[in-house]
Design a binder for this molecule. Structure first.
Ligand SMILES: [Zn+2]
Length: 261
């Protein structure tokens, strides 16, 4: 199999500190099953990592944005920073999206009002720049969907963990749905039901690495080629060959991120 597009990865994670260069060269080099990766930025340092590697590797793309996890600890001038990061990323010719942005209601300690404020500001920014958004939504489906609708946003709901109903609604709004290795977990009935609601032209795949490695790699550090295990599941569910799934989801990702390579 070839032509895997990992639409959402975090090779800046500490888990890669020991051998990051070797991993990137293996994942992005000749003979890899992976054609493209997109780095999902979470804060300023993470965006700079994405920009630097977009310059270094032909098939490495990047987004810029602030993850909801950092909403309550953002510096006062974060909007100015977002503009600067946008300009730097744009100059590489490989800026894909504003993300990952969104709402995370999983942890009690987070300031929800601040999350909503930061999310809406970034949705506006993306609209102004005519860019898609990479949406992180955890235990916050209803608020997420309302805000996306309110701002007329387009993009991808990443690491989809919502219901089949939410998938249906997001697709109707023109969104792409990103699935991780979770789809291949033994207890993934909810994810499979959601997958059924996603037409093949709206489906994209991702690792969200280094976490969520699919079986048989569960618990190990995840890397982009492991998407092959997710592709196997999709192929069975959709009645397609594995290569067809790889090709179609790669095309979708290029369309989503505006890539003409
Ligand atoms: Zn992520």
């Amino acid at each position: 199999m070839n032509n895997i597009f990992d639409t959402h990865c975090h090779y800046d994670d500490r888990w890669f500190d020991g051998d990051r260069e070797a991993v990137l060269e293996r994942v992005l080099g000749e003979g890899s099953a992976v054609s493209f990766v997109n780095h999902a930025a979470t804060d300023e340092a993470s965006a700079l990592f994405g920009i630097e590697n977009a310059k270094r590797f032909r098939n490495f793309y990047t987004s810029v944005g602030f993850h909801p996890e950092f909403a309550s600890v953002l510096p006062d001038d974060w909007e100015q920073k977002l503009c600067e990061l946008y300009e730097l990323a744009k100059a590489t010719g490989k800026l894909t999206a504003i993300g990952e942005i969104g709402l995370d209601y999983h942890y009690e300690g987070y300031d929800r009002d601040k999350e909503i404020y930061v999310f809406e500001k970034q949705l506006d920014f993306a609209s102004k720049k005519d860019l898609p958004v990479i949406v992180h939504s955890r235990n916050a489906s209803q608020d997420t969907m309302e805000l996306l609708k309110k701002h007329g946003s387009r993009g991808v709901i990443h690491c989809f963990s919502g219901s089949a109903e939410m998938a249906k609604q997001a697709v109707a709004m023109g969104f792409y749905i990103g699935f991780t290795g979770v789809l291949a977990f033994g207890n993934s009935k909810k994810a499979l039901k959601a997958l059924n609601e996603v037409p093949m032209d709206k489906l994209v795949l991702e690792t969200d690495c280094p976490y969520m490695a699919p079986p048989p790699y569960r618990g190990q550090r995840c890397e982009s080629p492991m998407i092959a295990e997710v592709i196997k599941v999709v192929a069975v569910q959709k009645g397609l060959s594995e290569q067809q799934v790889a090709d179609m989801t790669c095309e979708n990702a290029k369309r989503l991120y505006g890539i003409n390579a």
